[in-house]
Design a protein around this ligand. Structure first.
Ligand SMILES: Nc1ncnc2c1ncn2[C@@H]1O[C@H](COP(=O)(O)OP(=O)(O)OP(=O)(O)O)[C@@H](O)[C@H]1O
Length: 244
């Protein structure tokens, strides 16, 4: 039971008639019950993967490849995105009714209080507006908004971006617990150390292509088990950063 992406390519038609290939044949698998990581430097194409899988690319994008969810063509609600920022939420709607809205297109009646509890948010958050939440609370809410759809597979785009170390640890622990409950979690992150701690394997992207897909255990010590020089350099840069 998995999300399978085979040879995903994305190119953009520019107004001058040229075509820019931004994703160059990406393949990955996310099994239910596990976290798979997607990493790479800024501009490598990580968010494009999320946008292509969610059908969110603009009209000048040409997408090809083969995507299945549990062996079938993805259907609405089988895959959900926890976006990077609360800009994706309605600033004028209180949290509980807003969560209910995320379930509606898929015919789901959302129990907002249960959903908040599932992501570790207090019941009084139900009456708040998105901008009233702290960074860590907002990241949890974004995960809740994806869970509201009932999707078995969730893409979390930079779930620890902008968080302090303690909150980043807690959000990664929440993602690991969602996987233990049976979700397949695809986590896009620059934070290789925290990503490796919860993932089964990590796909590292470079310039729209895969540099390497490695078992998370390879992201350890000097990274000598990693096969790509690019991935090793990315990992070692984090190690140095992490010990500063
Ligand atoms: N609509 C678009 N038209 C043309 N190029 C685009 C479009 N959207 C994204 N790109 C290009 O695709 C490339 C990958 O962008 P993407 O946002 O996926 O990178 P990323 O790895 O998620 O970076 P970051 O870590 O900074 O979020 C970039 O070079 C970007 O300019």
């Amino acid at each position: 039971m998995s999300l399978s992406v085979i040879n995903l390519t994305v190119s953009f038609n520019a107004t001058d008639g040229r075509s820019l290939q931004a994703l160059k044949g990406l393949s990955l698998t996310v099994n239910r019950g596990e976290v798979a990581g997607l990493a790479g430097a800024s501009g490598a194409g990580k968010s494009l993967v999320a946008e292509a899988l969610m059908g969110l690319l603009p009209g000048n994008a040409l997408v090809s490849g083969h995507v299945t969810v549990d062996g079938q063509k993805p259907r609405p609600g089988s895959l959900a995105l926890a976006p990077q920022t609360i800009d994706a939420l309605d600033p004028l709607a209180r949290i509980a009714p807003q969560l209910a809205r995320f379930g509606k297109p898929f015919g789901r009646t959302v129990d907002a209080m249960k959903l908040l509890a599932d992501v570790g948010l207090e019941p009084d958050v139900a009456h708040a507006f998105p901008h009233e939440l702290s960074g860590g609370m907002a990241k949890r809410l974004l995960l809740a908004s994806a869970l509201a759809s009932g999707a078995g597979f969730i893409i979390a785009d930079e779930p620890t971006g902008g968080l302090d170390p303690g909150n980043a640890d807690r959000v990664m622990a929440l993602i690991a617990s969602l996987a233990r409950k049976g979700h397949g979690m695809l986590v896009i992150s620059h934070d290789l150390q925290r990503l490796a701690a919860i993932s089964r394997r990590i796909t590292v992207m470079q310039d729209g292509a895969i540099a390497e897909t490695a078992d998370a255990g390879c992201f350890a010590s000097e990274g000598s088990a990693l096969s790509s020089p690019y991935t090793r350099a990315l990992w070692r840069a984090q190690e140095i950063y992490g010990t500063c």
